[in-house]
Design a protein around this ligand. Structure first.
Ligand code: HEM
Length: 420
């Protein structure tokens, strides 16, 4: 335990020393959680298309290089966990804890990835999304009815989180009565998703993973006894048919729940913050929320990506952006920076609803791991932002937003607003 703590602190101290010495890669990895990293990303961009940090880790802010990396079969997915101790069970048993990203298809390479993704994919097809449209609209309207018109409200707690959380719970066949628990998991997961780096983070990771696994193991057992038409029941059937492992089942349930609402809530939060910061764009949107809602979603995803970066590792020696990379080289794709690449987007740091190419962002990544929930997130974001500004055109921010304490997840966790 003491040796592990020492190793973690030494790693962190090394990172901070490299950052202080001006290494732009270490500056990104060591930035405080919950602050915007855009200035630091620009320092990476200034150093070239693909930058090697002092630790040997590569990083890219280039849209072209991120796209190439994410689509190349020479690169594979990589687990997010920094400390193995974070996956050691709290009860001392031998089997390691299940991690929603490391043990679901999000971190698995083909052919296994292809097979597992196919089990879940039917729930997210365009046809399946069309069938959700009415339900999402009803949820949005019901949640807007609940918003208190008289006083300041927290838009995230009262609306932005509630909509996607209710929708994904319905898809998974989970009780919305456990909403508060899921919100806490979402926040805690955001804080450790870029890897536990201190003994405190290791402890919190172990607690969270233990709690989530217990919940989903129990839920899956119930669905095995009483199957329904929901997504968890479908995955339980696949597991019983030998197509998925039990840890893979639990991890995928967790990934879909957390992925299903945390990042999507950030489209709403980031969309409101971004639009209200630009009075001209705000007025344009209020004049035509129906016509511009889809564009606002794309511009929000581009300007303030809810998942700021993705990591890949070379499976074989390869070349990227003119550099030779040995097998086993990790590369960070700064999606949020690629989305502000001046080679692709004019005046990239501004929200612009008249931009000709708002869809060209990489907020959902690209290639085989392209976000499976992208259509759902777009649907929810479009309906929620359109209805919010139509119902409450006088919506304004009344206090400082507080951001999710994460380097990867970007979005306000608290956003005080008045709708009067
Ligand atoms: C604004 C909303 C969202 C954003 C920005 C987002 C972002 C991303 C990104 C960047 C990836 C790729 C990660 C990588 O390549 O390393 C991804 C993958 C994934 N996302 Fe999302 N996501 C969102 C919403 C959702 C929703 C609504 C769900 C589920 C209901 C979901 C489930 C997943 C899953 C399961 C993967 C893994 C896909 C694979 O590896 O094949 N996400 N997401």
């Amino acid at each position: 335990m003491i040796r592990e703590a020492f190793r973690l602190y030494r790693g962190k101290a090394r990172l901070l020393r490299s950052a202080a010495a001006g290494d732009p890669v270490s500056r990104v990895l060591s930035m405080p959680r919950g602050v915007a990293g855009y200035d630091r990303y620009e320092r990476v961009r200034e150093r070239g298309e693909l930058v090697r940090g002092r630790s040997g880790l590569y990083m890219t802010a280039s849209h072209a290089v991120c796209g190439k990396l994410l689509r190349s079969p020479d690169f594979g997915a990589v687990p997010t966990t920094v400390s193995k101790r974070a996956l050691r069970p709290t009860d001392g048993s031998a089997q390691r804890l299940v991690h929603p990203l490391d043990d679901s298809f999000a971190s698995i390479d083909p052919p296994e990835h292809t097979r597992l993704r196919k089990i879940v994919a039917p729930a997210f097809t365009p046809q399946a999304m069309r069938a959700q449209e009415e339900f999402v609209t009803d949820v949005v309207e019901q949640e807007l009815d609940r918003v208190d018109r008289q006083s300041t409200v927290d838009l995230i707690d009262e609306f932005a989180v509630r909509v996607p959380s209710r929708v994904i719970c319905e898809m998974l066949g989970m009780p919305t009565s456990d909403h508060e628990l899921f919100v806490r998991w979402g926040i805690e997961f955001g804080a450790i998703v870029d890897g536990a780096r201190t003994p405190g983070e290791v402890r919190r990771t172990r607690q969270l993973l233990t709690e989530m696994a217990a919940y989903f193991t129990e839920l899956c057992a119930r669905r095995s006894r009483e199957p329904g038409e929901d997504l968890v029941s479908r995955m339980v059937r696949a597991t019983e048919a030998g197509e998925m492992t039990q840890p893979g089942l639990v991890a995928t349930c967790e990934a879909l729940l957390i992925g299903g609402f945390v990042t999507t809530a950030n489209i709403i939060g980031n969309g409101v913050v971004g639009l209200l910061a630009e009075p001209e764009q705000h007025a344009r949107f209020l004049a035509d929320p129906e016509g511009l809602a889809a564009t606002l979603v794309e511009e929000t995803l581009r300007l303030d990506a809810p998942a700021q970066y993705s990591v890949r590792i070379t499976r074989t020696p390869t070349t990227l952006a003119g550099k030779d990379l040995a097998a086993g080289s990790p590369v960070v794709a700064l999606l949020a920076a690629a989305n502000r690449d001046p080679e692709v987007f004019t005046d990239p740091h501004r929200l612009d609803l008249t931009r000709p190419n708002p869809h060209d962002h990489l907020a959902f990544a690209a290639g085989i791991h392209y976000c499976i929930g992208a259509s759902l997130a777009r649907l929810e974001g479009r309906i929620a932002l359109r209805a919010l500004f139509t119902r409450y055109p006088d919506l304004r921010i009344t206090g400082r937003p507080r951001y999710c304490p994460s380097r990867v997840i970007r979005g306000p966790q608290h956003l005080p607003v008045s709708v009067r």
